[in-house]
Design a protein. Structure first.
Length: 215
């Protein structure tokens, strides 16, 4: 669902604390409740700050980018659209190599053909974006054979096995990051829950044992 889903989840994340507070304040099972009025004020202030930040954000970005926050186009569709519609090689290359390779896998042959046709021109003109860092981010299949051989020969002359390459971020590494963050969050939730339960048991234990009279 593209940007519309992102916007919905962002707005919902601001509404959710108020829902949680409402459930907390109307609960009949929670004892020794915190002052919900102060908590509500804190949430309102936080939401207002978020709203002001949102307004500032939209005033700073280009107006033509606003549609990406309510449109249904996905990231992959947007990358392909930019590559096919733009006349700027820099924007084309950013759309391809600035995103995960899975975004443009369906037009890989089209990208290869385009780069093979224009690589020699880029080597001669050396545009600002055609840097060693960019070249290192490009897979071997996107570089014409002659240019690739030249890059590898230069690397060997410098004592390297082959040309410098940037290791792309693959889906497995992204999954590892997500799993790690989810695990940390889960452990944090378990710790807080266990701490609350221990505190609750301690309070019940104290309330069940009457305090000894002072002599």
């Amino acid at each position: 669902m593209g940007g519309s889903l992102f916007t919905f989840s962002t707005v919902f994340s601001q509404v959710l604390p108020f829902i949680a507070l409402s459930l907390y304040s109307t609960s009949t099972t929670v004892e020794n409740k915190t002052n919900t009025y102060k908590m509500n004020i804190a949430l309102i202030v936080q939401a207002c700050c978020w709203g002001l930040s949102l307004i500032a954000f939209f005033r700073l970005i280009k107006r033509e980018k606003w549609s990406t926050f309510y449109g249904l186009i996905t990231g992959a569709q947007d990358a392909i659209q930019v590559f096919r519609s733009s006349d700027d090689p820099a924007m084309k290359m950013n759309a391809i190599f600035g995103n995960h390779s899975s975004f443009t896998e369906s037009i890989k042959d089209e990208v290869i053909a385009y780069m093979h046709d224009n690589w020699a021109i880029w080597e001669l003109t050396r545009p600002a974006w055609f840097t060693p860092k960019f070249i290192a981010s490009v897979g071997d299949e996107f570089i014409p054979g002659r240019a690739l051989q030249q890059l590898n020969d230069t690397a060997v002359a410098e004592g390297k096995a082959e040309r410098e390459k940037q290791k792309p971020t693959n889906l497995s590494s992204i999954k590892e990051i997500v799993i790690t963050l989810s695990t940390v969050e889960l452990l944090s939730d378990i710790y807080v829950s266990a701490k609350y339960q221990c505190s609750e048991k301690y309070e019940k234990s104290n309330s069940s044992n009457p305090t000894k009279s002072q002599l």
